[in-house]
Design a binder for this molecule. Structure first.
Ligand code: ZDP
Length: 279
């Protein structure tokens, strides 16, 4: 069967977008998605995103499979790409969408300059909501010790719908992410596994971050991770509520609003190409 797709990226975090507006279930299995994400045997991507009909009064539903076939609740760079994809399908320019996700309703807004600003919702901080067993239920994990690779790291945990474990370090470039990333991701104290971010404070409003993603490994950017980064920086007194988060693929502007406790993320989303593939 031939499948039409479009390829988009947000700061090098790349996705295969599928127009699935005709049915409520994704037209690919997790196994098929995993194969399409393979950079040698498939199209190549960090994940596959399905644009599905809306539910509960939303415009559309987003579902996503990671490149290993697992299904995350949310995807920050992905939802910017989805908003661009939908606007391209509909032939519109500036528009705000209400998107149903497994992490609740997320609202991306296409701006006049081509950037996409997303209301990413409120962060969750309680241990059982991450989920993690690093603290008792009802407590937060802020700069608590976690032993990985024989070293004690001071970690902060934030859920943006999906789990994040964040560590501040002096020099992000010197880390061997390929080695330590999987150890954080699969640590038994994260029952749903975890996305893992390492952050270097360049200034109170400028944070440099590298990510090891659950189900995808090293990626060039992570939108939910950038939001979680600013939350962790504020909670630990290391950064401001309005920050530039510098990722290997480029910068995201993140604001954790005092007024409504929500995260606002602004960044690019770019179409690369469209095509057909056999599945
Ligand atoms: O939570 C997870 O399993 C992530 N791999 C989902 C993808 C997150 C993403 N990189 C983002 O930008 O938030 C797409």
């Amino acid at each position: 069967m031939a499948l039409s797709f479009s390829k988009y990226h947000g700061l090098g975090n790349d996705f295969i977008l599928v127009d699935n507006r005709q049915s409520a279930a994704p037209c690919l299995t997790p196994d098929q998605a995993q194969l399409l994400c393979d950079r040698h045997f498939g199209i190549g991507a960090d994940g596959v995103i399905f644009a599905l009909p809306g539910q509960g009064g939303t415009d559309y539903t987003m579902r996503i499979f990671n490149s290993d076939g697992s299904e995350p609740e949310m995807c920050g760079n992905g939802i910017r790409c989805l908003a661009k994809f939908l606007a391209d399908l509909e032939g519109v320019g500036e528009k705000t969408y209400r998107i149903h996700t497994l992490a609740g309703v997320i609202t991306p807004q296409l701006l006049a300059d081509g950037q996409v600003k997303v209301d990413m919702g409120e962060p969750q901080l309680l241990a059982e909501l991450i989920p993690t067993t690093l603290a008792a239920p009802g407590e937060k994990v802020v700069d608590l010790p976690l032993v990985v690779a024989g070293k004690t790291w001071a970690v902060t945990c934030v859920s943006m719908g999906n789990p994040h474990c964040l560590t501040f370090v002096d020099d992000v470039d010197s880390l061997n992410l390929t080695e330590i990333g999987p150890m954080f991701e699969h640590h038994p104290q994260f029952p749903q596994r975890t996305n893992t971010e390492f952050i270097q404070v360049l200034a109170g409003d400028h944070l440099k971050m590298r990510v090891w993603e659950r189900g995808a490994g090293i990626t060039l950017a992570c939108g939910t991770g950038a939001c979680a980064t600013v939350v962790a920086a504020v909670l630990t007194g290391r950064g401001d509520r309005l920050c530039t988060v510098e990722l290997p693929g480029g910068d995201l502007e993140i604001e954790w609003s005092v007024q409504d406790n929500r995260l606002y993320m602004t960044g690019p989303a770019q179409k690369v190409f469209g095509g057909q593939t056999e599945i």
